[in-house]
Ligand binder design. Structure first.
Ligand code: 3Y8
Ligand code: NAP
Length: 255
């Protein structure tokens, strides 16, 4: 990240959030008294309360984001979005280059299979649909709401869905909906898997601590997991912790 003139101490940082990391980063900016704006897509009815100003909704593609960066005189962008929010991350790389605004990505490491895990690694969502068993199964589809339509092609299975907000209509023909926001814990996820007699879990490799509980529960219950790999992202500068982001920001501000 290039040197930034000291007056940028009062210019805002844009945090592209919507994750546990985004929330922790916003708290760190507030604690340091550094101005920031925390951006959400507006996927959920009400994102959890934030200690810095929030903006909700898309920017309007690359052009919209570049225009926002200029209009708001944004000093830097921290991409703390989820590893599967690929479009937002791609747009951030292009828009920051266009607007000449430094970009730093805060990315959690992916989950790695451990002793006792029974993972079927698949490259993407379509491959996850194809990886479902031939015989009807009871599947915990822990991928949220946006990609459920792909599984309508496999109506023979019973799906347990965990969604942040109640759906307006049953998203799949044979499904049970659990409304919960996370972060989740092992006891709760173990009870959930047992209660619904789940035989298989489908999940994205989100990484992080907020949704790892189901993998720990699956290992204990010896359940197979279809693990969807992360989408490829363009090259960008990446750090792995809130502390590393704050160290970079303080270094850039010369404080
Ligand atoms: C709106 C912000 C915190 C942050 C909570 C993290 C942890 C729980 C893991 C399961 C997997 C899933 C889903 C999930 C995780 C945290 C974190 C994380 C997965 C909130 C949030 C927003 C969203 C959007 C939502 C998606 C959905 C995905 C549910 C807030 C709570 C499945 C992703 O109903 C919908 O439209 C939901 C949409 C995008 C994936 C999808 O495609 O449906 N997240 N999740 C963000 C915005 O508007 O910009 O509402 O407060 C944030 C969190 N989601 O500590 O409080 O990883 O940081 N979220 C996945 O990983 O597969 C749940 O159930 O086991
Ligand atoms: P996406 O597919 O990568 O982005 C689609 C569009 O949504 C973007 O082009 C942008 O619209 C808008 N958008 C996405 N994130 C935004 C943000 N933080 N602030 C403002 N606009 C945003 O995104 P997604 O996968 O739907 O994720 C949406 C949000 O949910 C993100 O905040 C992400 O961190 C969070 N989340 C996603 C997942 C997941 O599994 N995908 C999991 C947990 C949390 P414009 O082009 O109009 O700017």
């Amino acid at each position: 990240m290039p040197m930034i003139e000291s007056h940028s101490a009062m210019r805002k940082t844009l945090i592209l959030g919507g994750t546990g990391e985004g929330n922790r980063l916003a708290a760190a900016f507030a604690a340091a008294g550094l101005p920031a704006v925390h951006s959400f897509a507006g996927r959920t009815e009400a994102p959890c309360a934030q200690p810095v100003p929030v903006r909700i909704g898309g920017f309007g593609g690359v052009a919209g984001l570049a225009g926002y960066l200029r209009a708001e005189r944004i000093a830097r962008v921290i991409d703390a979005t989820h590893p599967f929010a690929a479009q937002m991350s791609r747009n951030a790389v292009t828009a920051c280059a266009e607007a000449g605004v430094p970009l730093l990505a805060l990315e959690r490491p992916g989950w790695v299979a451990q002793e006792g895990d029974d993972w079927r690694d698949v490259p993407d969502l379509q491959a996850a649909v194809a990886a479902l068993p031939a015989l009807p199964a009871r599947v915990f589809l822990a991928i949220g709401r946006q990609n459920l339509a792909s599984f309508a092609a496999r109506p023979e299975h019973h799906y347990l869905l965990r969604l942040v907000d109640p759906p307006s209509a049953p998203p799949l023909p044979d499904c049970t909906v659990e409304v919960a926001r996370g972060p989740f814990d092992v006891a709760g996820d173990t009870a959930l898997l047992r209660h619904h007699r789940i035989g298989l879990i489908v999940t994205k490799n989100a990484g992080g601590a907020g949704a790892v509980a189901k993998l720990t529960a699956a290992r204990a219950l010896r359940l197979p997991v279809v693990m969807i790999a992360r989408p490829a992202l363009p090259p960008r500068e990446v750090v792995g912790s809130v502390e590393a982001v704050m160290a970079r920001v303080h270094a850039d501000l010369g404080v």
